[in-house]
Design a protein around this ligand. Structure first.
Ligand SMILES: NC(=O)C1=CN([C@@H]2O[C@H](COP(=O)(O)OP(=O)(O)OC[C@H]3O[C@@H](n4cnc5c(N)ncnc54)[C@H](O)[C@@H]3O)[C@@H](O)[C@H]2O)C=CC1
Ligand SMILES: O=C(O)/C=C\C(=O)CC(=O)O
Length: 359
């Protein structure tokens, strides 16, 4: 057993079908009485339902969250929170809405109660991202970690099937990289392996029937575990590639994670054999397929995109720039990344562009 530091991060989790019914009690436990409810425009009906449940404890609704938290939206939401005298933010939605809550908390220290409806995992992390002048900056601050998280699988039934699969792969990516993190520890490894296992079980069932509540519940459980891993240990090449492609070419977050993951894992396989064994075990692929190939199959067999060329927004010629950006400011990675690796990174991107299954 290697030496490690485990730094538990406080968050109260209420999990299960019908968990939303505990909302009032949870707001009381936060000693809040004027909640600002946040959502995207697409989820404003759900935001209204939350405000109705809160009754006099709802100060207002701000239903303008968008992907990657543009600074202008963050400023409007912060102004609205001040104007209404809000004493907490209730974020119902995916990473975009929870990210907006984090932008408010960063400025004001308001506690966040998160009600996640995708599998991206932001609700379990102290990581925030804000986009200014086309550049997304991320950072860590304990003030933005949601204080309470309500996971109610009923609320994920409306998550479109395609996004359910890619969002699940986004969650798996956090766990896969957590398994070879430089600052990893045995507790996170347990969570990562179990998170991958739960999602690998859930995604084919959701693909068969988007209304399968048992599978929706499994997927949220997996997302919780994988999000916890993201919030506790450092991410590596895969997340660097996705942040570069998402930030520079504005590609859709969950799809990019889905397409890149098998290739990043193949790139790191020889440098992280224990992580590969755990991923293969969690995917029930041991002795049958490599971790990278099994991740590719999980995405492809459940109808997710596996080629960058199929999602648009990036041309093959753009891969040169992406490879330059990745090697010029790499994240720590189990296989060292420097200028000498540029050719291999370009090859990785080219394989992802064409959707070639890694062996
Ligand atoms: N700070 C962190 O720790 C993390 C941040 N993120 C950030 O979150 C963003 C992506 O978040 P995602 O959750 O992938 O997508 P999202 O929050 O952008 O949601 C995508 C779309 O799906 C809709 N949607 C979500 N749940 C739904 C439901 N149950 N029913 C119907 N529609 C629903 C949303 O309203 C939106 O239109 C990116 O900006 C990413 O960088 C993602 C993971 C972790
Ligand atoms: O970019 C952010 O907002 C912060 C982290 C993530 O998006 C994690 C991820 O790539 O899924």
């Amino acid at each position: 057993m290697k030496d490690f530091i485990y730094n538990g991060q406080p968050a109260r989790v209420v999990f299960g079908r019908g968990a939303l019914a505990s909302l009032e009690r949870e707001i009381d436990l936060l000693q809040a009485s004027r909640a600002l409810v946040l959502s995207t425009p697409e989820q404003q009906d759900q935001a209204r339902r939350i405000a109705d449940l809160l009754g006099s404890r709802a100060a207002g609704i701000f239903a303008r969250a968008v992907m990657h938290v543009p600074i202008e939206t963050a400023r409007q939401a912060r102004d609205e929170a001040r104007r209404l005298g809000a004493d907490c933010a209730v974020a119902i939605g995916g990473g975009s809405t929870i990210g907006l809550g984090k932008a408010i908390a960063l400025d004001s220290g308001l506690p966040i109660l998160a009600i996640p409806t995708t599998y991206a995992g932001s609700e379990m992390t102290p990581i925030f991202g804000i986009t200014e002048a086309g550049l997304k900056k991320t950072g860590k601050d304990p003030r933005v970690l949601p204080r309470t998280v309500i996971y109610d699988p009923d609320l994920t039934l409306t998550l479109p099937q395609a996004l359910s699969i890619t969002s699940g792969m986004n969650a798996i990516a956090h766990a896969a990289e957590g398994l070879y993190a430089r600052d990893g520890n045995p507790i996170m490894e347990l969570m990562a392996e179990e998170g991958i296992r739960a999602l690998a079980r859930a995604l084919p069932a959701i693909r068969r029937d988007a209304g399968d509540l048992e599978a929706r519940s499994d997927a949220q459980y997996g997302a919780w575990l994988c999000g916890t891993v993201l919030g506790n240990v450092g991410m590596a090449l895969h997340h660097k590639l996705c942040h570069t492609l998402g930030g520079t070419f504005n590609l859709p977050h969950a799809e990019v994670h889905t397409i890149i993951l098998p290739h990043a894992i193949a790139f790191n396989a020889a440098a992280a054999p224990d992580a590969m064994r755990r991923i293969e075990r969690a995917l029930d692929a041991a002795g049958r397929a490599s971790a990278a190939a099994a991740l590719f199959d999980l995405a492809r067999d459940n109808g997710a995109p596996v080629a960058l060329k199929d999602i648009g927004g990036i041309a093959e010629a753009d891969l040169d720039r992406a490879a330059d950006l990745v090697v010029s400011a790499p994240y720590w990675n189990p296989r060292e990344i420097d200028a000498a690796q540029r050719g291999d990174i370009h090859r990785l991107l080219s394989n992802a562009y064409h959707g070639i299954r890694p062996d």
